[in-house]
Design a protein around this ligand. Structure first.
Ligand SMILES: Cc1cc2nc3c(=O)[nH]c(=O)nc-3n(C[C@H](O)[C@H](O)[C@H](O)COP(=O)(O)O)c2cc1C
Length: 154
């Protein structure tokens, strides 16, 4: 029975997301006392502060899954040198209502893969700023910046 449950959030909704593949591959490398669960963020509504007192079922589900985890792993794409809106939306939802954030105190790791040469470095740095504000201790090293390249044809 795994001792540590890690909730995985992939910052991309793309069907063939490289970041989802990366998160899946990383989970296979972990020791046996870790289990990983990729959380669904595709069904979250647009964030509207007016809804804080009456959060959607998908938001409540996300918050309870985060609460049940001992830590978080974010695998994020980079969109225009930042994190994709779908990831920011999920973070905003689970941070509310004020004072009832699901994120506070949860340790987090940040990884990412993109086609650009800096391999999501700027998106990850933006994400780290957000996570710091949410009182999430993040693993500083190792940094994982991966550039995806097509396999050469031989
Ligand atoms: C709107 C948009 C903006 C992008 N901006 C960047 C970028 O700033 N840096 C980068 O390396 N790749 C950028 N890309 C390319 C992504 O790295 C590429 O689509 C990657 O496959 C996304 O991750 P995913 O496979 O997990 O969806 C962008 C892609 C889109 C759709």
């Amino acid at each position: 029975m795994p001792q540590y449950q890690i909730a995985v959030i992939v910052g991309s909704l793309r069907r063939d997301s490289l970041n989802r593949k990366l998160a899946t591959a990383v989970a296979k490398l972990a020791p046996s006392d870790f289990s990983f669960k990729q959380l669904v963020i595709a069904d979250l509504p647009l964030y509207n502060q007016d809804d804080d007192a009456n959060q959607a079922a998908s938001v409540k589900r996300l918050k309870s899954e985060i609460a049940a985890a001992q830590g978080l792993l974010f695998a994020t794409a980079e969109y225009n040198r930042s994190i994709p809106g779908v990831l920011k939306k999920a973070i905003d939802h689970a941070s509310r209502p004020y004072g009832q954030s699901a994120w506070a105190g949860k340790p987090a790791g940040v990884i990412g893969i993109s086609v650009g040469p800096i391999g999501t470095a700027l998106a990850q740095q933006h994400l780290r700023n957000v996570l710091a504000y949410l009182d999430m201790p993040t693993l500083g090293l190792p940094e994982i910046f991966i550039q995806a390249k097509a396999r050469p044809v031989r």
